[in-house]
Design a protein around this ligand. Structure first.
Ligand code: SAM
Length: 287
């Protein structure tokens, strides 16, 4: 990461790339070292506020809607009847807000290791936290790996892992032990979704190992969903969906067309398009 008077730059040294945002007049709004990570908030000139954890961009006001909608709606419209949803990580509450838009969801538990992320989101991204007092929402502050270890068998319909990269406190959320417990605590037809980084630069290091571990845990069908996210390395991002005990079902197209809430990125055509696998990824994943 580098910072000068004008620009915040995240350098992604492994990929030899960088992304910069021009800072606004107030520049750095906040910085602290929580017990788990360094959290900073900046004001940008054109992307609203920016949250950075351990020098990696987490979200901006302007483009977070794409990520949060893609982490939630494809899975929620694929599960036949999603009632109990667990979000691991996601402390900015953007994924939680999208999950709560689904009237059939009865319980949406968000388990983030770091309460400070949520408190800062409440202050600097209040629009993402506007439904945190929905009676169906439960905000817990705990380690995700411990949470799934202690959870009951077959309890959840959907698990969404909205974590940081597999370094620091997020590393445990990419381990075999974590996937084994996710498989166990999902009910019949249960779905799992995890943010899985960029196919351009993370196929070998993150996506392939994730597929192998999910398969080893017993997940029966796995597919990555693709979307643009300009503020993450390469600007091309994925989340990976896996089904506990069979083929990932066809999504509920009629329900998408009749949805009772507004989305800004996700729709039926986007859902169809995002599930397509590029040739190089098919080859890498033996699909
Ligand atoms: N969209 C973001 C991205 O891909 O860069 C992720 C945003 S969200 C803020 C990531 C959250 O994961 C952080 O709030 C962090 O505290 C949380 N986290 C990291 N490790 C965790 C763990 N072991 N258990 C629960 N939450 C964790």
């Amino acid at each position: 990461m580098s910072l000068n008077d004008q620009w915040f730059t995240e350098e992604y040294t492994h990929g030899g790339t960088a992304f910069s945002l021009k800072l606004g007049t107030h520049k750095k709004l906040h910085e602290e070292q929580s017990p788990f990570q360094k959290i900073a908030i900046y004001e940008t000139e054109t992307f609203g506020n920016l949250m950075v954890i351990d020098d990696c961009i987490m979200l901006t006001t302007r483009d977070n809607f794409i990520y949060h909608e893609m982490m939630s709606h494809p899975a929620l419209f694929t599960h036949p009847d999603p009632k109990k949803v667990l979000i691991i990580g996601g402390g900015d509450c953007g994924t939680l807000r999208e999950v709560l838009k689904h009237p059939e969801v009865e319980l949406a538990q968000q388990v983030d290791i770091d309460e400070r992320v949520t408190r800062l989101a409440e202050k600097y991204f209040p629009e993402l936290c506007e439904n945190n007092h929905d009676p169906r929402a439960e905000l817990r502050f705990d380690d995700g790996i411990k949470w799934v270890k202690d959870a009951s068998d077959n309890f959840y319909d959907l698990i969404i892992v909205d974590s940081t990269d597999p370094i620091g406190p997020g590393e445990v959320l990419f381990t075999q032990d974590f996937y084994d417990n996710c498989q166990r605590v999902l009910g019949p037809k249960g779905l799992f979704v995890q943010q899985s980084e960029s196919p351009l630069i993370h196929t070998e290091s993150i996506i392939k190992p994730m597929y192998n571990k999910l398969t080893h845990a017993g997940f029966k069908d796995i597919n990555s969903l693709h979307f643009p996210q300009c503020s993450y390395p390469t600007g091309w991002w994925t989340c990976t969906m896996a089904c506990k005990d069979g083929k990932i079902p066809q999504f509920r197209q009629q329900a998408v067309e009749n949805k009772v809430f507004i989305t800004h990125y996700y729709n039926k055509a986007i859902h169809n398009a995002c599930t397509a696998t590029p040739e190089f990824l098919k080859l890498a994943l033996n699909k």
